[in-house]
Write a protein that binds this ligand. Structure first.
Ligand code: SAH
Ligand code: SF4
Length: 340
């Protein structure tokens, strides 16, 4: 049985047409689900009983369960248990400008980046669309507040779960759905070149973030296995293409690993690589985990790296650190749970 929270409005319209009903019913259902947030289908007063019964027969309303919450002053981290007893996590961050939510897109990840906890435990399966939508719904209910931006940067490689992630974006962006502005949605990828091309053709105005993390193939091969399939020059030309086509600035993520990729030479090489592109670099202080030998670069090293890039004319910011005390690095809470 399909889950109602995995249906785009268009898919619901098609469903209603298929049962010989008017397609505007889909709009009404969306209003109940996402605006009134009312899951008691018996109380959906503008939908007649026989249709409600059909909906009940054809769709499940079940949501993943929040089984653990860890909090500090500006962060809340949620562990969800899925129907098949898998675990995923999502993180809420309180900023001056609003509340953002980092969602997972897969159970585990197959990309196997050397520094990443999510990759250590391998991919079990893709998340279904509703399992992504429900992260948002459940958490808005728990914090009793509205989420203003969504980043798809939790566990998993979103472009390896392309269709479900696209439907997720569609539902949360729908003005009759959760109405998150398209420019407030960010998708981060390790660099699946053909999928970046596919995304480009969708021409949706989301923010695209690319996990580059190294300025040359030799180093990137060591950190990210995906580089052996799509190397830096292929990735850079896909990004250039994407920018030219969508007219959107792209974010380059660069995790700062002590003694690995944080030298002045690396900064200069990175600046040369990105010269003239409409990108901005986000330097990410590494979140250390128990299972990996990588350390986070010193503050002064990060500042110097940032200065070098600036001097070379590259737009750059240092990501504010959130939740390192509550194991907020992507995948840490899940791996604790799995290994228990
Ligand atoms: N799979 C996608 C999205 C999820 S990871 C991707 O790789 O882009 C989101 C970001 O967190 C990536 O840039 C990733 O490299 C980074 N990351 C992973 N583990 C981290 C850690 N321990 N500390 C800081 N950033 C980390
Ligand atoms: Fe997967 Fe992203 Fe982690 Fe790499 S950094 S293993 S792509 S989740």
């Amino acid at each position: 049985m399909q889950n109602i929270y995995g249906m785009t409005r268009q898919e619901l319209e098609n469903y209603f047409l298929s049962i010989h009903e008017k397609k505007f019913k889909a709009l009404q259902v969306f209003e109940w689900l996402y605006q009134k947030k009312n899951t008691h289908i018996e109380s959906w007063s503008n939908i007649k009983k026989e249709i409600r019964e059909k909906i009940n027969e054809n769709f499940s309303f079940e949501m993943p369960k929040i089984v653990r919450i860890e909090k500090d002053s500006k962060t809340r981290k949620y562990l969800f248990e899925l129907k098949d007893k898998n675990f995923i996590e999502a993180v809420v961050m309180y900023h001056d400008y609003g509340i953002s939510l980092c969602v997972s897109s897969q159970v585990g990840c197959n990309m196997g980046c050397a520094f990443c906890e999510s990759g250590r435990l391998k991919k079990v399966r893709n998340l279904m669309t509703y399992e992504m939508v429900c992260q948002l719904l459940q958490i808005e209910e728990e914090i009793e507040n509205r989420i203003s931006s969504v980043v798809i940067m939790g566990i998993g490689e979103p472009l390896d779960n392309f269709e479900n992630v696209m439907n997720f974006i569609n539902i949360i962006n729908d003005p009759k759905g959760l109405a998150i502005g398209i420019r407030h949605i960010t998708l981060s990828t390790s660099g699946l070149v053909p999928k970046i091309q596919e995304l480009k053709e969708k021409d949706i105005q989301i923010n695209l973030a690319i996990s580059l993390h190294a300025p040359n193939d030799e180093l990137r091969n060591k950190l990210m296995k995906v580089n052996k399939v799509y190397n830096i020059s292929q990735l850079i030309s896909a990004i250039k293409d994407y920018i030219a086509y969508t007219n959107r600035r792209v974010t380059i993520e660069y995790v700062m690993l002590k003694g690995i990729n944080d030298s002045k030479e690396c900064a200069i090489e990175l600046a040369t690589l990105l010269k003239g592109m409409n990108v901005y670099v986000n330097l990410i202080p590494y979140n250390e985990t128990n299972h990996m030998e990588f350390k986070k670069s010193d503050r002064t090293t990060i500042s110097k790296f940032c200065e070098t890039l600036k001097k070379k004319g590259i737009n750059v910011t240092i990501r504010k650190e959130f939740g390192s005390k509550i194991s907020a690095a992507c995948g840490q809470l899940r791996s604790k749970e799995v290994e228990k």
